[in-house]
Write a protein that binds this ligand. Structure first.
Ligand code: AHR
Length: 308
């Protein structure tokens, strides 16, 4: 069952408060935990009445939550869509009810852009390109073939589709790189480990590089690599995305080579966006959050300052 907090309409609502229905993807990664904390700290605050729902990585749960928010006639709906497709009917229902929708973190594929007011989150294609550029640079002078495996995020999700696109756009320009395996690890550590074990078995350990669409899958894969008697970060170079503390710890230990930052801490920006949308002010259709690239040599110095 999905958890819905604060269900009755206007229960405990104060004058001037904006009632927000927020549907989160789940709790699949360190990144997601940090994102939920950031959103809650900004919206469990004076001026807002937050109804939070956890979709446990299932689109059907998210659609149910959105319909429940519409039935409760919240002022604004915000959600991070698990996957890109299949949103049109429920978004039309929200529009017909006069409830504006703000997308957070992930995009949707719809034929009518007026079905949502704005999308705040990262540029996932650029994150994939950054991972590819790091790999090109780190491979200077290395002979081919360089055998690459890829751990994809959730099938059909915007970050999985876009990171794959951006990464391949860069590495496909260099004939030394050979993608030998690519499969989803659903953005979780457990799945990342399981799929990496299968890759290692199938390739007889002949893997030079792992590109993981998030740090959690990379951390799971590191365990699989060690259990196979190989040295992560050396025998197999690893680049992943998010920049969570666990990734910095792995880089400090020499087990992960680089992480591309994906910033989950946009709660305060989201709160302002929701206020503006509710007030009927014009808002940008797309707000891209700022992020960087970190390598092993920067890990020890950067770790104490990491906020997620
Ligand atoms: O949509 C952002 C992605 O979702 C993060 O990179 C990943 O860790 C999370 O599960």
């Amino acid at each position: 069952a999905i958890a819905l907090a604060g269900c009755s309409r206007d229960a405990g609502k104060q004058v001037g408060q904006v009632t927000v229905g927020f549907s989160q993807v789940g709790a699949e990664s360190e990144w997601r935990t940090a994102n939920t904390a950031s959103v809650k700290s900004a919206l469990v605050a004076p001026g807002f009445d937050l109804k939070f729902s956890d979709a446990q990585q299932k689109q059907e749960n998210q659609i149910k939550a959105l319909r429940s928010f519409i039935a409760q006639r919240v002022d604004v709906i915000a959600f991070s869509p698990v996957v890109e497709s299949g949103w049109e009917p429920v978004l039309r229902e929200a529009k017909a009810a006069g409830i504006p929708v703000v997308l957070t973190d992930r995009a949707v594929k719809v034929s009518d852009a007026s079905l949502y007011a704005s999308l705040i989150g990262s540029d996932f294609i650029e994150e994939g390109r950054k991972a590819g550029r790091w790999l090109l640079q780190d491979s200077t002078g290395k002979p081919g073939p360089i055998r690459v495996v890829e751990l994809q995020g959730t099938v059909g999700s915007a970050p999985a589709i876009d990171r794959m696109k951006g990464f391949h756009e860069v590495i496909d320009t260099d004939p030394r790189f050979k993608l030998v395996r690519s499969q989803s690890g659903d953005f979780t550590r457990a799945k990342g480990k399981e799929v990496m074990e299968a890759f290692l078995k199938a390739e007889g350990g002949h893997i030079d590089v792992l590109f993981a669409h998030n740090d959690d899958m990379a951390i799971g894969a590191i365990q699989a690599i060690e259990e196979a008697g190989l040295t992560p970060g050396k025998d197999i170079r690893i680049v992943s995305i998010d920049g969570v503390r666990g990734a910095f710890e792995a880089m400090k230990a020499g087990k992960l080579n680089a992480t591309i930052e994906c910033n989950p801490l946009f709660g305060a920006q989201l709160a302002q966006l929701i206020r503006d949308v509710h007030a009927g002010k014009p808002v940008p259709k797309r707000i891209v959050v700022e992020e960087g690239v970190f390598t092993q040599d920067q890990a020890a110095a950067a770790l104490p300052g990491r906020k997620y």
